[in-house]
Design a binder for this molecule. Structure first.
Ligand SMILES: CC(C)(COP(=O)(O)OP(=O)(O)OC[C@H]1O[C@@H](n2cnc3c(N)ncnc32)[C@H](O)[C@@H]1OP(=O)(O)O)[C@@H](O)C(=O)NCCC(=O)NCCS
Length: 205
């Protein structure tokens, strides 16, 4: 089935089962989720926070970012809950430049104890589905060269490296890294993820 024939899912919340039977409930962020989202990012292990693009301890700045994403219908922050606590976050962010209205950026974060249950891939599949509803046709992911898990996950999801910018970014410790820009067309991502999640994650349970 191509992405265009697929019936898109817009009913939230939705319950899904990941690999090894892990059940999660997905729904978009609401304003009332701000404190949980803040706690989710602030409690990330330092090795993961090293690569965050924004300082999540600058609370007012982070609040503005989150509010801005709630006010723009092309943004989506998708939250995954397990037994009521926030365990995953997927962001679809429009490129706001006039040149690239068809390009969206994806960022995915899964709480450490919940990794390797296909939740990252599942959030990616949902974001691809929603990206098609929002009329994007190309997705990008930006990452530092040392982020091996993200790179592996994105490659499994159909992304390829499109550009490398040497010493372009610094982590929270000030260490310089190469910035990798990965990208894929929505169709390619869709095919890769149908295959990846074939037996694991039905759209709903
Ligand atoms: C990247 C991340 C979101 C992956 O989440 P996850 O739920 O563990 O990913 P999945 O279980 O869906 O993995 C899907 C595939 O990606 C690959 N993969 C994921 N983590 C990997 C790792 N640590 N090493 C190698 N491959 C990995 C595997 O191919 C995996 O499929 P498999 O388990 O069937 O082999 C998670 O590791 C994370 O939150 N990392 C830190 C945050 C971050 O840097 N986010 C990037 C912002 S874009």
């Amino acid at each position: 089935m191509s992405l265009h024939d697929h019936p898109h899912h817009e009913t939230w919340p939705r319950k899904l089962r990941c690999k090894d039977g892990l059940e999660v409930t997905l729904r978009p962020l609401e304003a009332a989720d701000f404190e949980s989202l803040l706690a989710f990012f602030q409690s990330m292990p330092r090795e993961d926070r090293l690569f965050l693009r924004y300082d999540v301890f600058n609370v007012e700045f982070f609040r503005q970012l989150v509010l801005e994403s709630l006010q723009n219908g092309r943004y989506l922050r998708l939250l995954a809950f397990h037994e009521g606590s926030l365990v995953g976050h997927g962001l679809l962010e429009p490129d706001n430049h006039l040149w690239s209205p068809h390009v969206g950026e994806v960022r995915i974060m899964v709480r450490k104890e919940f990794r390797r249950h296909s939740l990252g891939a599942l959030l990616m599949r949902e974001l691809v589905d929603q990206a098609s509803l929002r009329l994007f046709d190309k997705l990008t992911v930006r990452l530092m060269d040392t982020q091996a898990a993200v790179r592996a996950m994105c490659e499994r999801a159909g992304f390829q490296i499109e550009a490398e910018l040497k010493n372009h970014v610094r982590d929270l410790d000030g260490k310089k890294h190469t910035l990798l820009l990965m990208s894929c067309s929505l169709d390619d991502a869709w095919h890769a993820m149908e295959f990846l999640l074939e037996d694991v994650a039905p759209w709903t349970i």
